[in-house]
Design a binder for this molecule. Sequence first.
Ligand code: SF4
Ligand code: SF4
Length: 455
Amino acid sequence: MPDKAPDGTFRPSRFNVVTKAEDIGAVVLYNSMRGSVFKVGSPLGERVHALLHNRKSVLSQPDPDSEERVLFDTLVAKGFLVSSSHDELAAADDLRDRRKNRTDRLELIIMPTEACNFRCTYCYEDFALGRMATHVREGVKALVRRYRREHGIEKLTVSWFGGEPLVAFDVIEELSTFFLDFCAEEGVEYSAGITTNGLLLTPEVAARCIELGISSYQITLDGPAHTHDSSRFLMGGGKTFDEIVANLTEMSRTDKVFRALIRTNFTEENSVHVPELIEEMSRLYAHDKRFRVIYRPVGDWGGPQGEDSEAFSGKQAEMTKLGLCTSALDAGLDPADDVFLKPNGSVCYAASPWSFVIRPNGLVNKCTVALRDPRNAVGQLGADGDLGLDPELMSLWVDNDDAKDSGCRSCFFRPSCQGAHCPLVRIQEGERPCPPQKVWIGPTITTVAASRGAR
Ligand code: SF4
Ligand code: SF4
């Protein structure tokens, strides 16, 4: 990123957002190419606003001895002012192309089973496929060997997903053991995470997971016990909240290295109860920085379980989410939403050519939601590790981005989203998939700034 202007002039970056956040009494700055958020109080905030608010301004560097010079140089160093000759659109193209063309990594989202011990009201899965077959497990191992041999991958990332992946824990153990051994032998960096409902994550299983290299955990708690147990209950009925929280609490009592993200899906109706959960999570985990929280409105995710559930979207849903983040912050918890503001941070994994979902029958998908859409069946894994990819279907997911969309090309959020926040929206609805973080950028960055203080 050049910070020197050949003709001595600069202009505000096209990727800036500058907002006067009256509720926190500051000017908040965000730049999507840097992923940085700053809060600037009075009177400096007004000077920063005056310098940056007009994207068309052409500004000369102030005199070296002037008071303005330090501020000006700081804004240049932080990427809020760029050289007039700097081609920011080319830089955004380059960021996207570097992500898409990288050959040093392989990201696998593996479904060891699609069976689940829960029947959540909003679930989109049909639980049709059971435990991963032996030949598919062999195919996964061959795939990793092949990617190392043919592409020279230096990093393997595995996300265990389901169904409930811990229902097929033996598959996780077998494949994780292979990944750990293979990556250690080959000098490949390995990291793994799991999305689990948490019921089977007993202290013994959690300890074994950590031994198996699974360092990040996403567990859903939909409000306090009375709301959680009415939306996330056992197959055949039965409460789950107390056991999940007991499992998490046991994890927090260990000194193991892991990250746990507690996700709460909220509807218009149950959101009023989420503060009760925040209070409980604060009491249990505010002292433990391995735990973070995230809040998401229940979406219309389709599928047989979801037909009667109510999606919550639009401004009210987003403002509710930000309100919950603020309450969590006030309670000493750490909301994990700032990652979406980083460069590449709002791009879905389905948009990257090196990311694949492997189903228990060896079907290769891109998206973990549209499991019944034939356009998502991009390949079939063979026992020899060949993904059997259909190039046209792959292109639908990985080339459907800002390169072909004039609206995206001029968007301030482009480095973060790249027009690829959700390729499924483009495929199924033919619409630009702007993420809520972009649509409600002012309140989003204000919440992040309030959480961090000035940085
Ligand atoms: S394509 Fe859309 S629905 Fe599918 S995994 Fe990505 S964000 Fe989710
Ligand atoms: S999809 Fe929306 S947010 Fe993403 S780059 Fe395009 S216009 Fe911007």
